[in-house]
Design a protein around this ligand. Structure first.
Ligand code: DQA
Length: 147
């Protein structure tokens, strides 16, 4: 089994970007945590971050034959990108959408996700541990399926 962790725009600056909202951990810290959790459970791991919508779409397409699941924080594209939503709808790989902050408590333009309707589930507002929780959800789900 193989998991792809995808982070969208501005998430490369985690750790220094609005730490009061997004926490102190860097993206490298988060990727390492998720990787550790997955490897302990026999999963393979890939990570990708881009600030460019088309590159995120390409990464999602390219994972369609390789990945068992995708953890995706689309950043601000969450609220704007029909193209990313269509990319997810175009593949059979289940996606968990993660937001570090509680978008529902923030500006009204963050209350709508164009992505959510085509995902398996969402983890919102739990901070950066949300990525690891998403990895655990995949591990649990695919363990049960194989029993
Ligand atoms: C975010 C929430 C988005 O509204 C914002 O544009 C981000 C990060 C989060 O993880 O809380 O870039 O996806």
């Amino acid at each position: 089994k193989r998991l792809l962790l995808v982070n969208g725009p501005n998430l490369n600056l985690l750790g220094t970007r609005e730490p009061g909202v997004y926490g102190q951990k860097t993206l490298a810290d988060i990727e390492h945590e998720v990787e550790t959790t997955l490897k302990e459970n026999g999963w393979e791991f890939d990570a990708f971050q881009s600030n460019h919508e088309g590159d995120l779409i390409d990464a999602i397409h390219e994972s369609r034959h390789e990945s068992t699941g995708i953890i995706f924080n689309p950043g601000a594209y969450t609220h704007t990108s029909i193209a990313l939503r269509d990319a997810i709808a175009s593949i059979d790989v289940p996606v968990i959408e993660v937001h570090i902050s509680n978008v529902h408590k923030r500006e009204s333009f963050r209350h709508t996700s164009l992505i959510s309707p085509v995902t398996w589930g969402q983890i919102v507002g739990m901070g950066t541990i949300g990525y690891t929780l998403a990895a655990q959800a995949f591990i649990d789900h695919f363990r049960e399926e194989n029993e």
